[in-house]
Design a protein around this ligand. Structure first.
Ligand code: ADP
Length: 263
């Protein structure tokens, strides 16, 4: 026979168990919903360029285009859409790798200044094209960090790419690096169109675009910032944004410094 004390204990245990069960169920529902949403987004984003490629290929096959210029234009579109599809598939693969925890953290010793310079070189053509003035603030003595260099490169390149994309021609662009003791903080600041406050929390979600048509015009996949977030978190850092519409955006991320690695 069990007394009132045991009864209370049993009830408490039961309550605790059902609370946990409900919590797991909600989580499961959420991940199921997010999986469904991902599949829907992916299908849509893959189907659109595919449909476009298909219709242009059919037009070429029909042999009705006599104008050489139109013919070349069709070929160019097919090339462009195929390229876009390739980027999308690549990004999607990277993101699922990162999110499925298949990606192991295998860092090596690297220097932040080197990463910044390489990323700037990577974006040089686009910076020139837009006639942007770049101001780089790199402290002389930066500590070495334990990173997967090509992954962190991807973050810097992505943030730079966005800053260039959403800047007005001839604008200013700032890249600032700060040693804060326990982390290195990297800021990429543009004076572009900015992001509305109510949207800032969502831009790191996969496929989120502030203005679908605007981003489409720039050819983004809407996966860039989601990939950046996963990479930064894999490194134990954090990523964020502060932005004012019409004035510009500041994107930042941090990389933890391991003391024994400092130069
Ligand atoms: P995309 O590939 O579409 O650029 P991202 O994940 O890189 O996707 O960015 C998500 C959205 O956040 C973009 O579509 C854009 O609307 C907005 N965004 C990102 N960076 C900036 C920026 N520097 N200035 C203004 N808007 C930005």
């Amino acid at each position: 026979l069990i007394g009132p004390k045991e009864c209370r204990q049993l009830a408490e245990n039961f309550n605790e168990m059902s609370r946990k069960l409900e919590e797991s169920f909600t989580k499961l529902q959420q991940s199921e919903a997010s999986r469904k949403e991902l599949v829907a987004n992916v299908s849509h984003d893959l189907r659109t360029p595919l449909a476009s490629i298909q219709s242009f290929v059919e037009a070429l096959q029909d042999d009705i285009i006599e104008d050489k210029e139109v013919f070349d234009q069709y070929l160019k579109t097919i090339q462009l859409e195929t390229k876009r599809l390739g980027y999308l598939i690549h990004d999607l693969f990277q993101l699922t790798q990162l999110e499925s925890e298949a990606e192991k953290f295998e860092p090596e010793l690297y220097y932040v200044d080197k990463l910044i310079i390489e990323a700037l070189e990577n974006q040089y053509v686009h910076i020139e094209e837009k006639k942007l003035h770049v101001h780089v603030d790199l402290p002389e003595k930066l500590p070495a960090v334990a990173v997967m260099p090509e992954k962190v490169m991807r973050v810097v390149v992505n943030l730079l790419q966005n800053a260039v994309r959403y800047s007005k021609s001839g604008g200013e662009l700032y890249v600032e690096v700060q040693d804060e003791g326990h982390v290195v903080r990297i800021r990429i600041i543009d004076e572009g169109e900015g992001i509305p406050l109510e949207e800032q929390a969502f831009i790191f979600e996969r496929f989120y675009r502030v203005e679908k048509s605007r981003s489409k015009e720039f050819g983004g996949s809407g996966l860039g910032l989601a990939i950046c977030k996963s990479i930064v978190e894999l490194h134990g850092g954090e990523i964020g944004v502060s932005s004012e519409q019409g004035k510009g955006s500041t994107f930042y991320f941090t990389i933890p410094i391991m003391k024994e690695l400092s130069r």
